[in-house]
Ligand binder design. Structure first.
Ligand SMILES: Cc1ncc(COP(=O)(O)O)c(C=O)c1O
Length: 383
């Protein structure tokens, strides 16, 4: 399935009642009572060393200086250590989003195509549409392929112009992820065809098991890393790109942020990686427990199911088709109850009417409020 070159990102469509997506966003952002289940961000970090490091950086006025343009060497080293990819090269960016843009713009040539999946993270399709001839968006919302882009689906859809296979792993919005066997198959496809696996591991730390493409196809993988989710630093806008020196040297030729990434964010990221062992278990245990609470509630509701359970991420999709409820109406209804979720159209061109996406790295009492309101909402909207 080929999408037109310049197709609009569905997330930019404002929800009903708002003139622009930005206006909607300002509304939810400014409501301090809003339960934040619409962005897969992580609200489980208490006041801790990450915040302390950033505050002390602020107080020292270090922010008056520019940082080293490619990132503090200590941060670069810690990221590679975190992934056990010490022999690779790394660039610090203002988030996974910038990382994706730089890689896509650097690799794709006008005649190339790129393979993505639907549902998926649509900004990738948007970026790819700006630099390539075709975005081959493979429909994956089916139990036949375990709700993920499988190696077989890739083989079926790729052709001689395919240059990149995008693997979002775990997948936003469904939470599906890959086995080691599948990753080895992808590695084989990439190596044999001399193409790239763009491995977006934004949600990696929520997964029980995770396998890096870079381990199996080091010369044909680019890893996209973010501090927004498990590290709880979305608003700080920081991430990175990891690849072989050859790949990273090529990305260096298209850098935009020549004067470096936010100093305070980098200091926070260094502290986050150094202290990870102290908080990671608390974050993942609470997130998994919250997921269980949602699952138990969903199992009691007729016509509703979770396509991928357990999700390997801190979000999941709730399929509403059996209720006849439009996910947009559900999201709007929950918003009125001060619960921010996302209708399927935010992450799918084709299956947007099927599901609601909810994320749950939030305090347990808020999840309890959600399940209660969700049950009532299904009964109310069904009528
Ligand atoms: C799959 C995926 N990649 C990248 C990002 C963006 O990450 P960042 O906040 O680091 O730009 C997101 C954000 O939701 C995402 O879901």
């Amino acid at each position: 399935m080929i999408l037109p070159k310049k197709f609009a990102k569905s997330s930019k469509i404002p929800p009903k009642g708002f003139k622009t997506a930005n206006e909607f966003f300002e509304y939810v952002f400014n409501d301090k009572k809003m339960i934040w289940m619409g962005q897969n961000t992580n609200h489980l970090h208490e006041k801790n060393e990450i915040m302390d490091a950033m505050v002390s950086c602020l107080q020292s006025k270090e922010y008056c200086k520019y940082p080293p343009p490619e990132g503090f060497p200590e941060l670069k080293r810690l990221i590679l250590q975190d992934l056990n990819l010490e022999s690779f090269d790394v660039l610090i960016t203002a988030g996974g989003t910038e990382s994706l843009y730089l890689c896509i713009s650097n690799i794709l040539k006008p005649d190339d195509n790129i393979i993505t999946c639907d549902p998926g993270y649509l900004i990738i399709d948007d970026f790819a549409g700006r630099f390539s001839n075709e975005v081959i968006s493979v429909p994956i919302y089916s139990s036949e392929n375990d709700y993920k882009l499988t190696p077989d689906l890739v083989k079926e859809h790729m052709n001689e112009n395919t240059k990149i296979i995008v693997l979002i792993d775990p997948l936003n919005p469904l939470g599906s992820s890959y086995t080691e066997e599948e990753m080895k198959e992808f590695a084989k496809i990439a190596t044999e065809n001399n193409i790239y696996l763009l491995h977006d591991i934004t949600y990696r730390d929520f997964a029980q098991n995770h396998f890096l493409a870079a381990k199996y196809a080091p010369n044909h993988s680019i890893t996209i890393y973010s501090f927004s989710k498990v590290f709880g630093m979305a608003g700080m806008r920081i991430g990175s790109i990891i690849g072989t020196s050859k790949i990273i040297n090529s990305v260096r030729t298209v850098l935009i942020n020549d004067l470096g990434t936010n100093v305070i964010s980098q200091v926070g990221a260094i502290s986050a990686l150094k202290s990870k062992k102290d908080w990671i278990e608390n974050v993942t245990t609470t997130t998994r427990n919250n997921q269980k609470i949602i699952k138990e509630a969903i199992d009691e509701i007729k016509g509703v199911f979770i396509p991928v359970y357990p999700s390997s991420s801190n979000m999941l999709a709730i399929d509403l088709q059996g209720t006849g409820i439009d996910p947009k109406d559900m999201a709007k209804h929950l918003l009125e109850k001060k619960i921010f979720t996302r209708q399927g159209a935010y992450t799918s061109k084709r299956f947007g009417d099927n599901y609601l996406r909810v994320s749950f790295s939030i305090p347990e009492y808020q999840v309890e409020i959600f399940v209660d309101e969700f049950k009532k909402a299904v009964e109310f909207l069904r009528e």
